[in-house]
Ligand binder design. Structure first.
Ligand SMILES: [Zn+2]
Length: 553
């Protein structure tokens, strides 16, 4: 009888008061923080000037998985966010790139594009920035599973400048995901979640936050000559802001914003400030972590990625951005302590991928590197294939380091096997290419097992190209002299931080190799909810030992 009443209470849903006493112990709130493009070594590279309240607090009070690797290629933002939250890989969750090619049609698809969704909060009406949803994500997220486990009573909210950084973590069943529209300077959402913005977010938008922050300019936090971990500001490796040559401190963001608009805020540390503003407002106004049901706030900090791309890891801009991020993180943790209570929230901080050094910077220090000129190589490859097969443009794309063929051009007259073999033979002799592997032969290719596994994990037959290109270390696609990027298997792109703190998390660190796919099942184990439905990862046992120790007390 008691059980019957209990299940009725569950079915009636959110209107009933939270039950207490005999349910599983759970934290009041889970906070997931993804720092877009954060390399693991940034925890130590800039540590001498980190505060005691930010990264150092996480290292001191929490648990650090020092060898956390991204276990698929390509290492891009959308895949990283999808993988962290699903514990799955592109082969299963279907987010095969930021953009990927639907092989059957040859159409390029943006990871969160949804033509059936309408934008909400954009003054210009239904614009592309808001036509987004998690529809293309084929697996559940840990946030979805928390919703399912609580009969949708848990509240789940995603916040990031990038739509994909907000939507993919928040999952399908989220209460909301919010992201930033550079065009209008507003934080927005889509009709997938809600028909209008909540009042608190409208009020925040009315303060014109991006413009307000950009009016402050961007100067270094400390005297510029003390940035000893970075190349002096006067260097040839950085990409200028529009209309500014070269990019030097102090950066006149107010003036630049007149030309570039509010979207400029993305490539400054103020993008992080604004994102954490919205995170705090969401916790306060949506009352996250207040009742007996665990809530989930998924935050992604996108600005470090924009800054990394534009200036590279060895720039004063990146060093300064991390020193500022560390302070802001400290303030955010203090806010969580005050609002939700120390020990009442479970927090993890990780990255969607890491990032490479600027190639020219490496060459100038006698370290091999190079630039894979995707467009030029594709044109030359197509010309070569035309001479062999008599058809133009047989290769549609080399994006994501994969060859997508142009199936519209390939009729019965072309031997598919011969086309594949000719393509592989051609690409193998291109400078900077290490290996070229047909996806169908990836498991037996004579390459290190680690590469085979990452190729297979990253390959979705309907959404990935048929051939994988692996470049030599420090080679990457389409960046000339300026800035840097990511996307490859190499440690600089695939070694990410993974820090845990708060509810039932022991102090410590481990150098055991774990994977990005282990994050979601570890959260699931801590929360005692089912792991996501495409999950291939495993709970991180070293971390869960803390729970046993708690119980033994
Ligand atoms: Zn990026």
């Amino acid at each position: 009888m008691g059980r019957w009443i209990a299940s009725c209470l569950i079915i009636t849903g959110g209107a009933m008061p939270a039950r207490g006493g005999d349910g599983p112990e759970r934290p009041k709130l889970v906070v997931g923080i993804v720092v877009d493009q954060m390399r693991w070594d940034y925890l130590y590279r800039f540590q001498d000037r980190y505060t005691e309240t930010g990264f150092k607090r996480l290292l001191r009070e929490g648990f650090s998985c020092e060898n956390t690797m991204v276990n698929y290629i390509p290492t891009y933002t959308a895949i990283g966010h999808a993988t962290i939250y699903t514990g799955s890989v592109p082969s299963i969750h279907g987010i095969a790139g930021n953009d990927f090619i639907v092989q059957a049609t040859g159409q390029s698809l943006y990871c969160t594009r949804d033509e059936t969704a309408r934008s909400v909060g954009t003054p210009g009406g239904d614009v592309a920035a808001g036509k987004m949803s998690p529809r293309n994500l084929k697996a559940t997220t840990i946030t979805d599973e928390l919703k399912l486990a609580t009969n949708f009573r848990a509240r789940v909210i995603g916040v990031a400048l990038k739509d994909r950084g907000s939507i993919l973590p928040a999952g399908h069943a989220a209460d909301a995901a919010y992201w930033f529209d550079g065009e209008s300077g507003n934080w927005i959402t889509s009709s997938w979640y809600r028909e209008e913005l909540p009042g608190w977010l409208e009020a925040y938008n009315r303060t014109r936050p991006a413009e307000k922050y950009l009016a402050q300019e961007w100067n270094t936090l400390y005297p510029i000559e003390t940035y000893l971990q970075s190349t002096p500001d006067d260097n040839p490796y950085e990409e200028p802001f529009e209309g500014e040559t070269p990019p030097r401190f102090p950066i006149k963001t107010a003036e630049l914003a007149k030309k570039q608009g509010a979207g400029l805020v993305r490539a400054t540390p103020y993008g992080t400030t604004m994102t954490l503003d919205v995170a705090r407002l969401a916790i306060e106004h949506e009352r996250l972590g207040e009742d007996g049901i665990t809530d989930f706030l998924a935050v992604s900090l996108s600005s470090p990625d924009y800054i990394g791309h534009q200036f590279g890891p060895n720039s004063i801009k990146t060093e300064d951005a991390y020193l500022r991020l560390d302070k802001e993180l400290g303030d955010f943790l203090s806010f969580l302590d005050e609002r939700v209570g120390r020990g009442n929230y479970l927090l993890f901080l990780t990255a969607d991928h890491a990032g490479a050094h600027n190639g020219q910077f490496l060459l100038d220090h006698d370290i091999p590197a190079g630039n894979w000129k995707e467009g030029e190589i594709r044109a030359a490859l197509n010309e070569h294939l035309r001479t062999l097969f008599g058809k133009e443009k047989l290769v549609l794309s080399l994006s994501n380091y994969q060859v997508s063929f142009n199936y519209k051009q390939i009729d019965g007259s072309i031997d598919r096997e011969a086309l594949r073999a000719a393509t592989i033979a051609y690409l193998r002799q291109v400078k900077g290419v290490n290996h070229v592997v047909a996806m169908s032969q990836a498991t037996t290719a004579p390459i290190p097992a680690l590469l085979r596994e990452r190729i297979v994990n990253g390959y979705h037959p309907a959404l990935s190209g048929e051939i994988q290109v692996i470049l030599e270390p420090a080679w990457y696609s389409d960046r000339d002299l300026e800035g840097a990027t990511h996307g490859t298997w190499n440690p600089y792109d695939s070694h990410i931080p993974l820090l845990w703190m708060g509810w039932q998390v022991p102090r410590g660190r481990s150098n055991e190799e774990v994977y990005m796919t282990d994050i979601a099942p570890t959260v699931a184990a801590l929360l005692r909810v089912q792991m996501p439905n495409g999950c291939i990862g495993k709970p991180i046992i070293d971390l869960l030992k803390g729970e046993e120790r708690e119980r033994e007390k």
